[in-house]
Design a binder for this molecule. Structure first.
Ligand SMILES: [Zn+2]
Length: 310
């Protein structure tokens, strides 16, 4: 398999045979119809995550000003969306309303409305659901990522979670549900069917691989999520760990998904070298997507797609 996956026969084969199939209305067909492919592919950048420090890479943005410079460079490289973590003065993961407000203001000043700005609620083992939801209520960001396994770990948490989602909807804050395995895809679908999720097509982020040292995702990791019996959410984004990030992005785009790249999950260019910065990863992914025949979405196009459901 090539580094970028562009024009890769293996990837094409995977999706032609396991994912993209015609609708079947006349027979009892186990394979759900494919989600309509978006006309353009949005690249989101997750430039820092909650773990990597300057010792891991000097260009990991940790302060608000560094985040703003990174955001501007990634926008220039082709990004339409930013997934943001903030850190404390020691570089540790932080869910803090003031820190988020400052970072969002500085990034907005640098990029205007040209990036869809999403904050994370990820716990990283530090925060509880009540605290994760409280920070969103204070910050009122444009978008927020929600790890289903963290925020609704059991049936007992469903009621508070549903109330929170109702508030997000009323505040016009768009969530993106982080899903680590096909079982979580099913869980979100079940919550939707039971009326607990007030969007017809909630945006989801499929994570290929897990938060394990040395984890390297592969385009084939997509297949279980898109196999028979699982709902195809219309607004699906894909992210991956390690040097196959761009190849996974191309495979995701071929399956009708948007893509997320960046230092949160990967430091390597498709050729295996360490990227100079996040913008270099965005640029490499943009090149691979364009070479594979895709057009890049702007933030406005992404908003139009997602906000139609409000
Ligand atoms: Zn994150």
């Amino acid at each position: 398999m090539s580094d970028t996956g562009a024009g890769d026969g293996t990837v094409q084969h995977l999706f032609q045979n396991t994912i993209v199939r015609p609708k079947c209305f006349t027979h009892t067909c186990a394979m759900p119809p494919p989600a309509p492919a978006p006309s353009t592919v949005a690249i989101a950048v997750a430039p820092n995550g909650g773990r990597r420090l300057k010792k891991d890479h000097p260009a990991v943005p940790l302060t608000a000003m560094e985040m703003a410079r990174t955001a501007a460079a990634c926008l220039e490289a082709g990004a339409a969306m930013l997934h943001m973590h903030v850190r404390d003065s020691n570089g540790r993961h932080l869910l803090d309303a003031e820190a988020y407000a400052e970072a969002l203001a500085v990034v907005r000043a640098a990029t205007g409305r040209k990036l869809f700005l999403q904050i994370t609620t990820e716990s990283l083992g530090t925060y509880r659901p009540r605290e994760q939801m409280a920070v969103v209520r204070s910050v009122r960001p444009e978008g927020v990522s929600l790890a289903l396994r963290e925020l609704v770990p059991s049936a007992a948490a469903e009621s508070a979670f549903a109330k929170f989602l109702g508030w997000l909807k009323s505040a016009q804050i768009m969530p993106q549900f982080i899903l680590y395995n096909p079982a979580e895809l099913d869980r979100l679908d079940e919550l939707c069917r039971r009326g607990l999720v007030p969007w017809e097509e909630p945006p989801v982020l499929i994570v290929l691989g897990r938060y394990t040292l040395g984890q390297t995702s592969a385009p084939e990791d997509l297949a279980p999520f898109f196999s028979a019996g699982h709902r195809r959410f219309a607004h699906t984004m894909v992210c991956a760990f390690g040097r196959n990030e761009a190849a996974c992005a191309v495979a995701g785009a071929q399956a009708g998904a948007d893509v997320r790249v960046g230092f949160e999950n990967n430091l390597h260019l498709p050729d295996g070298r360490i990227a100079a910065d996040n913008a270099a990863l965005v640029r490499a992914t943009a090149r691979a997507l364009i070479a594979d025949g895709h057009k890049l979405a702007s933030a406005e196009q992404l908003r139009a797609r997602w906000e139609l459901q409000r």
